[in-house]
Each structure stands twice: as C-alpha cells, then as structure tokens.
Design a protein around this ligand. Sequence first.
Ligand code: ADP
Length: 365
Amino acid sequence: MTKSVGVIGGGQLARMMIAPARALGIDIKVLAESEGSPAQAAATQVGDYKDLDTVLQFAKTVDVITFDHEHVPLHILEHLEAEGFVVEPSSKALRFAQNKLNMRDKLTQLGVPCPDWAKVSTAEELDAFIESHGGVAILKTPTGGYDGKGVKVVRSSADATDWLNGNSLLVEEKVNFVRELAQLSARNRSGEWSSWDLVETIQKDGVCAEVNSPAPNANFELASQIAKTIAEGLDVTGVLAIEMFETADGRLLVNELAMRPHNSGHFSIEGSVTSQFEQHIRAVSGMPLGDTSPLKSYSVMLNLLGPNDANDFGLVDRELDGASIHVYSKAPRVGRKMGHITAISNESLADARQIATRVFKGLQA
Ligand code: ADP
C-alpha cells in the first residue's frame, strides 16, 4: 500500500498534485529546485535533481518517485531502480519522453503515425532531407526543449550551423497542419488505462494560450486508439499527454509526448470528475483510476502568461464570475506560465470561452 509519493520538481504541476494527493490520503513530498517554488507547501527537500545523492536521499523518504518534469538524468533513475526504489513512470518509459530521437524511433516501430523524420548529424544529411521534403524542414534538439525552444524551421543547413556540432539532431517534415490537438490519458501500475476527450490546443508565439475541451469535430476514436497504443507500447505509468497535428485530410500525426500532467489537461480540475492531477497520483501509487467523464459538456482554459496578461494575479486560487483562477506563485517573466483560468459550460465552447475571457480581461484591467 502506497502511503507516500515523492515528486521530483517543484513547479506548478507538482503544486496542483498536492491537494488531490492529500484528499486521497497520500503523503506527498516534493524535491524542489529552490526555496519558494510553486510546490513549496509540500517541498520537504530543496536540492539539485541532477545530483545522485540528493535524489537518493529524497527517494528514501517516500514509497514511489514521480515527476513534475522529464529532466532527471536517466542514469540517476536507473540507479534508483537498481537499488529497489519504485520510479513511476520507469526509466524504460521515460527515456522516450526525454529524447525525441528515441521517441520517434519507438513510435515508428509501433506503427504510430508521425511526421516523416530522420536522425542527422552533418550538413550533408540535413540538406538531403530538406531537399527531399520540399525545401523546408523542422530541426529539433533531441533533449532539453520546451515551449518551442530547441525547435527551428530550416531551409538549408546554413540555417543551423550553430546546432550542427557533431551531435545527433532530429529533422522532420514541416507538417502543414490545420490545428494542434492533445490526447490526455493515464495508465496505472496494473495496466488499467483511461482517457479524457481529445482537446484542441491553441498556441501563441510557441506557447499554449488556450485549450478547448472537447476538440470540435475531431476523430476521438483514432486519437484515443493512438494514445492506448503508446501508453501500452512504451509501458507508461501515470498521465500521458500526446500532442498531435491534424492535417487537412484528417490524419493525426504525433508530435510530442509527456509522461506527467500537462498544460492541455488543466481544464480537468473543474471539467472532469477526476482531474489529471488526481489521476496521476492514483496511477503511480497503484490505485484504481478515477472516472474521466466531463462534469459539464464544454471546458475552456486560458493560460496567464507573464508579465502582462494580468497585473493582479493575486496570491491564491479563487472563483470569480463563474470561472476558476489558478495561480502558480512564480516570479513574473515574459512568456512564463503564471497561472490559468478555466470556465465550464453545458451550452457551448463559445459560452465557456466568453466566461473565461471576461475574467481574463478583468485581471488585466
Ligand atoms: P517543444 O518540445 O519545445 O514544445 P515541439 O516539438 O512541441 O517542441 O514543437 C513546438 C512547436 O513547433 C509545435 O507546437 C508546432 O507548432 C511546431 N512544430 C513542431 N514540429 C513540427 C513539424 N514537424 N511540422 C510543423 N510544425 C512543427
């Protein structure tokens, strides 16, 4: 019986796991990078997640280790597992979320539809790929990217001289997508799997600005089939978020994976019987999964980005004019995710968006 869960990383995702974990009777502890992190309320240790001794010391205080981000070095996770600590998702699954080349390789083996891709490490290889894909491609660093950092559009290897330093890079066809979607699901330690409805994500300057649940007129069946194949094929435990591109001819191509709660699932706090944060805690601690049914038919979530989206983020989560405001307690920086607003409605997405937008604008006033 799992009594305590340790989350590595003290960001907003860890913060939003705290309340549901405690409600489930789980003692949640967080290894935060610094004092005053968003997950301060459960931060029992402050230290460097890249330091083996720090992580080992933390692991000794909990029954299961899980994550707020995917950046803990693989060798540290393998070391923990070899010493008998329980890590969920395991290092075997996480290696596919940590490295985009590993991920593309594995998904291709599983027959999951992805953009056309190749591993390149020289200017010649990159130019050959660009030439055979209409003169343009998307180049990605395999590790460490987030919010579009580590991704660039290239028309020739000359656009990437600073990246071509002998390391392997991922190059992909530039998909002419009509919209971006995300499929959230979760798998527990016994292999039980459950998904939420497919959502639409709308990005501004490479950062998610809005999430609509459910995605209007989308192929829910296909998206959830892809998610199940990935969750089982990669042996994922916990929440699995899959970012996808939808093409004009209705194909769904997998872009990215995250094996933890994800921005595209924040709507589920108010929008679903079981939120992604509760589900993650349930899944990694060996409990049965909760019900993912919507509480109202439509949810819209708007991200609050620093520093200008709201002058007054306030200090605590609150309800305002029919919407729910969540604040992460972070120092404001341009483009930084500072909080979010969710509104739910039984009428329409437009109605939910109107409620959320009114509150969003009120914060800016
Ligand atoms: P990150 O891990 O930094 O979030 P992503 O791989 O998700 O990077 O890419 C960031 C954004 O770049 C995507 O949301 C999408 O808009 C664009 N992008 C990524 N890959 C492709 C692609 N193959 N074709 C077209 N656009 C892409």
